[in-house]
Design a protein around this ligand. Structure first.
Ligand code: PLP
Length: 489
């Protein structure tokens, strides 16, 4: 639970009030001007209406240069950000030919597979040559106490109006909450769901490959048996540096999705090189490439995340989330601080993801995503920049710890041995936040036959691409095998 300091809340509301008042005033004069110059298109329904439209025109557009920054290199630890200019007060942004080499603190490149990799890239290229870029044919056939309170209430009250008992209750949780950086309290949630016979849907978009001793997500990290989770969903776009995703569940569930989920029925197939990238990255994580790179990457992302989080906290930033989580939001609150923080960091060649998106206006934040590809020097440099910008923008809401402790961390050496017990955990999400943050995508494109668990791959980014189907190719069967091995531990 975020508690906004009184003064910060006051200035945040005041800033939003000011933006709102000026926006309304401008809209008012705009209407008069349109009426005067007969600009209004009578007889046409407005394309968009209401607060959302107002928010985009009067708030978002003013700072849109802080979002969706185009890049022209792979999203590695460092990347090339294309500079953009605007001649109409940020309404439109034009790309220039200039690029800035920036430290990337905004990509979900948790294990560093999003850039060229000595093991994955040659294999992906090989599969591209062998199977082409697309197959285009038919698809393969073949906070717990709060949760308990809510469940009890719902079971007691039943359905609205009729008060008949609920037939099924599904609790939707995320392994790591993408805008909060918190780990879900899975063992407690599992035991409550068992008690009340509720189903669990676990979205591992940000946790699969990123946490756990062997990179198998929150079940691995928190010691939960995957058999206790009814639906496991994950994406390949983050830790695996590819595209698409999967759903794992019972045979009945997968059969049901195969026959009823439009995103599955109408999805296009996963591209062979993309599938090959997933297979290769899983092999690296499991150590089947014949090296210890996978284990090193897992150790490094954990080290990097915990180092960066503790350093930010020592500097006096309000950082959300748990230890081990590579997602760490820095609270900014005030709307004016969002562009100020983002632009000042970019000026110093550090790209952070910032702003207001899926959380309330008043709790705006910049979000840092740490990668195994970051070196200790990268992180120290980023910390120096963020600290300087934090002082300028005034977002160090807590007193800083003495400098000496920060410097001591520079001496930390990488450890390959992982021990998960000693890390203290901070408070977790309320059930309301769990439900709000957890409801997410179900997109499917192929079914993977497996003995223990049946997996269904979803290709979120490819779903839109057309109605072509997946061809049964050897690369897909390899992907089935790799995923099955990865999940059945
Ligand atoms: C919680 C969560 N679930 C699912 C997804 C879907 O990921 P993608 O569309 O990249 O496969 C995301 C993306 O950020 C996410 O944050």
């Amino acid at each position: 639970m975020i508690t906004i300091p009184y003064l910060t809340a006051l200035t945040t509301y005041f800033s939003y009030g000011l933006l709102f008042a000026f926006g309304q005033l401008r809209d008012f004069f705009r209407k008069i001007f349109d009426w005067w110059s007969h600009n209004s298109l009578e007889g046409y329904a407005p394309i968009c209406l209401g607060l959302e439209d107002f928010y985009i025109r009067r708030l978002y557009l003013r700072i849109q240069d802080c979002f969706n920054r185009p890049i022209c290199s792979s999203p590695d630890a460092w990347f090339d950000v294309v500079e953009r200019i605007s001649n109409d007060y940020n309404k439109t942004l034009k790309r220039t030919t200039r690029v800035a080499r920036c430290l990337n603190l905004g990509s979900y490149n948790y294990l560093g597979f999003a850039a060229a990799d000595e093991y994955c890239t040659p294999r992906a290229i090989e599969s591209l040559k062998k199977f082409s870029a697309s197959t285009c044919s038919t698809r393969v056939d073949g906070a717990p106490s709060h949760l308990e309170k809510v469940l009890r209430e719902q079971i007691a009250e039943g359905q609205p109006r009729t008060h008949r008992p609920w037939k099924k209750i599904i609790v939707v949780v995320e392994g790591i909450y993408s805008m909060e950086g918190e780990l879900c309290q899975l063992p407690e949630i599992v035991s409550i769901c068992k008690k009340y016979r509720a189903y669990i849907y676990l979205d591992e978009a940000h946790s699969i490959g990123a946490v756990g001793k062997s990179g198998r997500g929150v079940c691995d990290l928190l010691g939960v048996d995957t058999a206790d989770i009814d639906i496991m969903m994950g994406t390949f776009t983050k830790s695996f540096g590819s595209c698409g995703g999967y759903i794992a569940g019972s045979k009945e569930l997968i059969e049901y999705l195969k026959h009823n989920c439009p995103a599955h029925l109408y999805a296009t197939s996963i591209s062979p090189p993309a599938a090959q990238q997933i297979i290769s990255s899983i092999k690296v994580i499991l150590g089947e490439d014949g090296s210890s790179r996978g284990a090193q990457k897992l150790a490094r992302i954990r080290e990097n995340s915990n180092f960066f989080r503790s350093e930010l906290q020592k500097m006096g930033f309000e950082v959300l989330g748990d230890n081990d989580s590579p997602v760490m939001p820095i609270m900014l609150y005030n709307p004016a601080k969002i562009p100020a923080f983002s632009r000042e960091c970019l000026k110093r060649n550090v790209a952070v993801d910032g702003g207001f998106s899926s959380h309330p206006f008043t709790v705006s934040r910049a979000r840092i995503c740490i990668s195994a590809a970051h070196t200790r020097e990268d992180l120290i440099r980023a910390l120096e920049v963020i600290s300087r910008v934090g002082d300028m923008v005034g977002v160090k809401y807590f007193p800083a710890e003495p400098k000496k402790q920060q410097l001591e961390e520079k001496e930390l050496r990488w450890t390959e041995e992982i021990s998960f017990q000693e890390i203290p955990r901070s408070p977790r999400s309320s059930f309301r936040m769990v439900i709000i943050s957890g409801l997410n995508t179900v997109g499917t494109c192929m079914d993977l036959d497996a003995t223990k668990t049946r997996l269904l791959c979803c290709s979120y980014s490819l779903v839109q691409a057309g109605f072509s189907r997946l061809k049964s190719s050897s690369v897909i069967h390899k992907l089935q095998a790799a995923l099955t091995q990865f999940h059945s531990f």
